[in-house]
Design a protein around this ligand. Structure first.
Ligand code: DGJ
Length: 728
């Protein structure tokens, strides 16, 4: 396992536990993609691809042969303008105005450990887990050097990729597009699974058959977005949760992204993934390099649950900050849906005391504690306490909360500013805005120019001052609008770079803060899950999954999210019923079960809860603590997709050693005379006996997996069940 190069065959073999990835340096020096899929050992897969003469396509000249036609060749990365008419990974204008690029192999290096990408988050590589391959390609005419980097994490069935472009010539160039990875596949007839959505309804799985057209998954909002997540899966039509080949590609990036999937004239598929090229224009001066964000790829031969497992494990262990995956995270109460902007110290302390009595461990003070912030028209940017609401400031309040025996957390929205703020009055040119044009407002706010180092320094100082003067265990880092008027007022700024420099600026600030305050846990958020991506997860082990806290809406949001991201990353809370976003009424039990399949917390006015409800909350908290590691580290299975039933959602967590499982079912609809809901459980030990906790019911793993577990007939609104199975 790892990476091997055969000089004789000119063949790179990248081998993970179950997959093989092969690359050949061919006779023209082009880096040919040979294969990605189920492990084929040392078999040379070159027989699958060969040059073929095709009328009306270009021919490579060195060495010239009419059959050297790049338009049909599976390649590791593309050139531009040289006769490959499929989607390209690169576009640029050289100093002389030319736009063609022709990369040929010039060297390679294989090394243990993981490469780093300057300025960008990437999968954390423990030295013994990774092997890296760096292949250098050169375009001799322009002086461009392309490095393709591959990281092989064999045990995790993960291959990471990125690309670095360096101008080794004497004249400047304008880079107009530069993808992170290109994947050419021979498989015909693939489905595309992707995760579109909207505010309050993020990551709704869509599955479409690929056809002879180009599908684009993208964001131009300056954030990875509610609308299209930078993650996709391709698989043959027969693949489902439990069986079949599937390939995932996830971009570790929080800004504008674009993935295109093209089925060419011969039925082969090309996927190109990277930063969005619209309005992207990077000055690549002589000697300078451009670093593309990382793509995390995984393959599974046994269905989508298993592909999800590969991503879950990797993100938990090698993307999120390590410290927070090793310790149990606190159960929190957030005051947003309890008070919105309308609070004072007494109200907050009352809520905190009630929460403490129920066993809640951390109080999070949300929006409205700073500047002149009494609604969403003013205050963003002024990160000092509103003394009318909090006479003793954040340090006084945090002390009172920690004296109660709870941790204290605080909301911030660092990248934003209101026009009605001291910060904007002092530095109007720190906001993104075009000269002479009134910038577009969204939620009454503007976006700060994170590309401006002065803005980064100011935010660092403001946040550090808060952290240094109060006892803060957690920061909720919000981001409540998309970018518009993407114009940096830094003198000499090249505006085609602003959107990417914005993301680099945010990462730089997060990096500084998380390095300086490693004890503080960051939960990122963007109007809910508008920046739910692996880039953000590198700094924050959890992300507020959606502003929609309705448990029934959350079923699809959390399920869609689960294809790529583990439940340990999904911020989810029990909120009031009727729900504030949908008006739907659900039981506390249903709200609890859904929120437990996430980071778990509460977000409601506890003073409105009855005594029995408070007792139920106490028992939810004790259940969550009991099942914490099973939920957070157990293998997650989507169960309902394989049943003939769309009236419920079911999912489970099974411990790695298969000794216990937690099975969850929520009825979305109940039907008169509708039959009993039944699900096939997964991941159990076939020949072991399991007992359902609190009952005398015993079943073999085989029975539960192949016969299924039958639930009783339910009545009422959105009933649910949670079963704990213990191996006997
Ligand atoms: C949007 C977040 O998603 C909410 O949870 C809350 O923090 C509000 N912003 C506050 O403005």
């Amino acid at each position: 396992m790892g990476i091997e190069f055969s000089e004789q065959e000119k063949l790179f073999r990248l081998q993970t536990k179950t997959s093989t990835y092969q690359i050949r340096i061919d006779e023209t020096g082009i880096l040919r993609h040979l294969y990605y899929g189920l492990s084929v050992g040392t078999m040379d897969m070159g027989y699958l691809s060969s040059y073929q003469e095709q009328s009306l396509s270009g021919d490579i000249r060195e060495p010239y042969e009419r059959k050297h036609d790049p338009d049909f060749l599976p390649q590791e990365f593309t050139g531009a303008g040289i006769g490959d008419y499929r989607i390209s990974g690169i576009a640029l204008t050289a100093g002389d105005g030319s736009k063609s690029v022709d990369f040929r192999y010039s060297g390679h290096k294989i090394s243990p450990g993981k490469y780093n990408i300057p300025g960008l988050p990437s999968v954390r590589g423990k030295p013994d887990e990774f092997f890296s391959l760096e292949i250098t390609m050169a375009d001799v005419i322009s002086g461009l050097e392309l490095k393709l980097l591959y990281g092989v994490m064999a045990e995790y069935d993960i291959i990471t990729r990125t690309a670095i472009l360096t101008n080794t010539g004497n004249t400047g160039m304008k880079l107009e597009k530069f993808a992170s990875a290109c994947l050419d596949m021979f498989n015909t007839k693939l489905d595309l699974l992707h995760f579109p959505g909207r505010h309050c309804m993020e990551r709704q799985l869509e599955r479409v058959p690929l056809d002879h057209a180009i599908h684009t998954i993208s964001s131009r909002r300056g954030m990875s977005s509610h609308q299209q997540n930078p993650f996709l899966i391709v698989c043959p039509p027969k693949t489902d949760d439990d069986q079949g080949d599937c390939y995932g590609m996830m971009l570790m990036y929080s800004g504008n992204h674009k993935s295109q999937i093209e089925v060419d004239q011969r039925g082969n598929t090309r996927i190109v993934m990277g930063i969005h090229d619209e309005n992207f224009n990077w000055n690549l001066a002589p000697g300078e390099s451009f670093y593309a964000p990382e793509v995390i790829m995984s393959y599974s031969s046994s269905g989508l649950n298993s592909l999800s497992y590969n991503y879950h494990r990797l993100i938990r262990e090698n993307v999120c900050p390590e410290k927070f995956s090793k310790q149990r995270r606190p159960i929190l109460i957030n005051n947003w849906e309890a008070t919105y902007f309308d609070f004072n110290t007494e109200k907050i302390l009352k809520l905190a005391r009630e929460a403490k009595d129920l066993g809640i461990e951390m109080f999070v003070l949300d929006d409205g504690w700073f500047g002149n912030r009494n609604d969403d028209f003013a205050g963003l940017g002024d990160w000092y306490p509103n003394l009318e609401k909090l006479p003793n400031g954040i340090s006084g309040l945090s002390k009172k909360i920690t004296d109660l025996g709870m941790a204290f957390g605080l909301w911030l929205e660092p990248e934003m500013v209101n026009e009605l703020s001291a910060l904007y009055t002092a530095h109007p040119n720190w906001a993104l805005q075009d000269p002479g044009r009134k910038p577009t407002l969204s939620r009454n706010q503007l976006v700060l120019d994170m590309a401006n180092r002065k803005v980064q320094d100011h935010l660092y100082q403001s946040i550090a001052t808060i952290l240094d003067n109060a006892n803060i265990a957690y920061i909720k880092w919000d981001f409540n609008r998309a970018l518009a008027n993407v114009y940096s007022n830094v003198p000499g700024a090249n505006q085609g770079e602003t959107a990417h420099r914005f993301v680099l600026g945010t990462y730089a600030l997060l990096e500084r803060l998380t390095q300086a305050y490693p004890e503080v846990m960051f939960e990122t958020c963007a109007g809910g899950g508008g920046r739910f991506d692996a880039g953000m997860l590198y700094y924050s082990p959890q992300i507020w999954c959606s502003d929609n806290t309705d448990p029934i809406a959350r079923l699809n949001i959390q399920k869609g999210t689960s294809y790529g991201y583990p439940v340990s990353t999904m911020g989810s809370h029990v909120s009031a019923s009727p729900n504030h976003q949908t008006g739907r009424t659900t039981t506390l039990k249903t709200r609890g079960i859904v929120a437990m399949s996430g980071t778990f917390g509460y977000e409601l006015d506890l003073s409105k809860c009855s005594r029995p409800e408070k007792d139920e909350i106490k028992s939810q908290i004790s259940d969550f603590k009991k099942y914490y590691w099973l939920i957070q580290k157990g293998v997650y299975y989507r169960l309902s997709n394989s049943s003939f039933n769309d009236s419920f959602e079911a999912w489970s967590f099974v411990s790695e050693d298969k000794s216990e499982a937690l099975v969850n079912l929520v009825m979305k609809d109940v039907h008169a005379n509708g039959g009993l809901p039944s699900v096939l459980l997964k991941g159990l030990q076939a020949d072991a006996w399991y007992q359902v906790e609190g009952t005398t019911k015993k079943y073999t793993g085989a029975a539960l997996m192949h016969g299924g577990y039958t639930f009783p007939a339910y009545k009422g609104d959105y009933p649910c069940e949670q079963l704990h199975l213990m191996k006997l």
